[in-house]
Design a protein around this ligand. Structure first.
Ligand SMILES: NC(=O)c1ccc[n+]([C@@H]2O[C@H](COP(=O)([O-])OP(=O)(O)OC[C@H]3O[C@@H](n4cnc5c(N)ncnc54)[C@H](OP(=O)(O)O)[C@@H]3O)[C@@H](O)[C@H]2O)c1
Length: 222
């Protein structure tokens, strides 16, 4: 039985990580922002912690709430798409701050809070996106979101280097997934995406740490 921490589990991909890990018999702690989601998590059998990854005060209280845990697996799922631009429409300062705070500053504050609660050899997955890849880019749609996920990949690399073999950290692309963010026209369902990412995390070796992987385990270019 593994101990698992899911950051951002109110709905979509995060909620499915919780469902699959509980079904596998793992001990799950998960975070959400609102009382309804926290109650649903508790009812499902997970431990539930209130956390807004864009709020410094909320994050500051995380480490002590994890005291005594030894997580084998941490998945940082919380994320925000922001304006659905097609071209070079400048983001407002409000949109810029909301997306960058949730997708970049959030993990930069959350991951340091969980370091003392990692089991030796723990695996950390950060939900990135192939939209953050420079090599794969064919258009500028959602350029603020793209910039945030490219920055998240940089953050992931520094986390992997700092863990120095104590634990592994990778960026994961979940596929284009049918969730509130991905929409109904997306290519894969959330069950397939999460099953693939769980398998990818299961199969990581130390040599993979600092890498960027598709949900099916294939490596992605930066
Ligand atoms: N769906 C796709 O096709 C796709 C593709 C590539 C990458 N991704 C990435 O995968 C992750 C999950 O996506 P999804 O499709 O499940 O998205 P979603 O359905 O829009 O759900 C987003 C999740 O992030 C949480 N969240 C957002 N801002 C937060 C904050 N400040 N603090 C705490 N939680 C916050 C939401 O919580 P609330 O319910 O409280 O808002 C919700 O649980 C994201 O990082 C996304 O960028 C998704």
């Amino acid at each position: 039985m593994a101990q698992v921490l899911i950051i951002g589990a109110s709905r979509g991909i995060g909620a499915e990580f919780v469902r699959q890990h509980l079904a596998a018999g793992d001990r799950v702690v998960a975070t959400a922002r609102d009382e309804g989601a926290l109650a649903r998590l508790r009812a499902s059998g997970a431990g539930a912690i209130r956390l807004d990854v864009a709020d410094m005060v909320s994050i500051a209280g995380l480490a002590w709430q994890l005291d005594g845990h030894q997580f084998d697996r941490v998945v940082h799922v919380a994320g925000l798409y922001g304006p659905r631009t097609q071209g070079l429409q400048p983001p407002s300062e409000t949109d810029f701050d909301a997306v960058m705070h949730a997708n970049v500053l959030g993990p930069m504050r959350v991951i340091p809070q969980i370091l003392d609660a990692l089991a030796p050899g723990a695996r950390i997955g950060l939900l990135s996106s192939r939209m953050g890849s420079l090599a794969l880019r064919a258009n500028a749609a959602g350029w603020l979101y793209r910039a945030s996920k490219a920055a998240l990949n940089s953050v992931m690399k520094d986390i992997a280097l700092s863990l120095d073999g104590r634990a592994l950290c990778v960026s994961l692309h979940p596929g284009w997934v049918r969730t509130d963010m991905g929409g109904d026209a997306a290519e894969i369902d959330v069950q397939t995406s999460v099953a693939g990412m769980r398998r990818t995390l299961d199969e990581l070796t130390p040599a993979h740490s600092g890498g960027f992987f598709n949900h099916d385990g294939s490596p992605l270019p930066w």
